[in-house]
Design a protein around this ligand. Structure first.
Ligand code: ADP
Ligand code: MG
Length: 401
């Protein structure tokens, strides 16, 4: 748990510099999906209600260290204004005289949104000078950008060097839910791992060996496991250089008493095409010229039963190419099963999209707002944006009296 959250701080009249994750999809100058803005509202509203001067900063997309009209924060400011029902001032800079002037003019409860932090090359390089300039705008730094916590950038990490630092409510929630799953889950705990590549899921798979009761595997990840078991997988997505890693997981599951399940049947096709002719075959009968694109119905039923018998579930990675209905059956079955578990967590960006698509999102305990960050955290890796909150000397933080 973070040492300090905003609840511990006296923020009245203070300039609170908040790193949020407003990296949202845009279309024609409007916000296409405001999930991440909504997720930051509790922190922002709390700071407004507490009489802070709320200075928000975020990156958006991947501009290359210089201003790019396609990635300006203006559409985000307009949507935030609608959601908060109050004025949000937006400026075209993050640092410099105009930023200082705008901050100087703020009253208690005002909200200011800085420009895209990635318009400055010092953001991704975590240039100490850029971080110091950013930090000079605030009295306190609050990190609420869980989705950017795996990056040691100036606005997620560098500024903490210069200011008292605390976690926002979203950051606190993301960390506490993942810690609950990893440290004190209601058992049995089932992990559902799929998605495109083992390489992206290796740290999660390894870490889960110390935590979960059941592990069910699907998606492209399963193909490499099947190959490691000696099955022909045809033209499927497979990572030959990860076959040993897959074998390592199989061995480790036995040593750790983790019950590991691989597909028994699969949906195959000649190509990834919405109209491709599909077939269901047992895993020992995959033709050389075909690709595995989903788990089969028998496997989907078995996985559902395992998941439904659990008291906690964590899901990272779709079971097939769920973007096309022909290969979405396994992901749909798993999504519905995960949603029926009392304590459920979805990590991974595409899994979050799959949960939405399958209409179960509102029945999941928590869908992480940070795809890459959640995979790293669940994999037991250190996230710089969380480290700064955990390790910040609490004496430096001004406490409520
Ligand atoms: P997440 O973002 O949830 O971590 P990934 O990014 O690892 O998930 O993987 C998601 C992608 O994996 C989806 O676009 C899906 O189409 C693809 N995928 C799933 N199963 C297969 C498969 N058998 N073959 C090829 N691609 C697959
Ligand atoms: Mg993904």
């Amino acid at each position: 748990m973070p040492k300090k959250t905003i609840r511990d701080l006296d923020v009245r009249s203070k300039r609170v510099l908040v790193r949020v994750d407003f990296n949202v999809p845009l279309k024609d100058g409007t916000v296409l999906d405001d999930t991440r803005i909504q997720a930051a509202l509790p922190t922002i509203q709390y700071l407004i209600d507490s009489g802070a001067k709320v200075i928000l900063m975020s990156h958006l997309g991947r501009p290359k260290g210089k201003p790019d009209p396609a990635y300006k924060m203006d559409p985000v400011a307009r949507r935030l204004e609608e959601l908060l029902g109050r004025k949000v001032k937006k400026i075209d800079f993050c640092v410099g005289p105009e930023a200082e002037k705008a901050v100087g003019e703020m009253a208690e409860g005002d909200v200011l949104l800085l420009e895209n932090t990635r318009f400055y090359p010092g953001e991704t390089s975590s240039d100490p000078e850029f971080a110091r300039e950013l930090a000079s705008l605030g009295d306190i730094f609050v990190n609420d950008a869980f989705g950017a916590a795996h990056r040691a950038h100036a606005s997620t990490y560098g500024v903490a060097e210069y200011l008292p630092t605390a976690a926002g409510f979203l950051m606190e929630k993301e960390i506490s839910i993942m810690d609950k799953i990893l440290k004190e889950p209601e058992r049995p705990l089932t992990a559902v791992v799929g998605g495109a590549k083992i390489a992206d899921k290796m740290s999660v798979l390894l870490n889960f060996m110390n935590h979960v009761d059941y592990l069910v595997i699907g998606g492209g990840v399963a193909n490499t496991f099947l190959k490691a078991m000696g099955y022909e997988v045809g033209k499927s997505l497979v990572e030959d250089e990860k076959i040993l890693s897959a074998q390592e997981i199989i061995d480790s599951s036995k040593m750790n008493g983790v019950k590991l399940f691989l597909p028994e049947d699969v949906v195959i096709a000649k190509e990834i095409d919405p109209n491709a002719e599909t077939k269901v075959v047992p895993v020992d009968s995959i033709p050389k010229n075909m690709m595995v694109l989903d788990i089969g119905p028998k496997t989907a039923k078995k996985y559902s039963e395992i998941i439904r018998s659990s008291n906690s579930a964590v899901w990272v990675g779709p079971m097939g190419v769920f973007e096309y209905d022909a290969f979405a059956g396994g992901t749909k079955a798993v999504a519905e099963a995960v949603a029926s578990v009392p304590y459920s967590l979805v990590g991974g960006g595409d899994s979050a999209a799959a949960a939405e698509k399958m209409g179960v999102a509102d029945r999941i305990t928590h869908i992480s707002t940070g795809g890459g960050a959640s995979l790293k955290y669940l994999g037991g890796e250190e996230l710089p944006g969380i480290t700064v909150i955990m390790e910040k000397d609490p004496d430096k933080v001004e406490l409520k009296n």
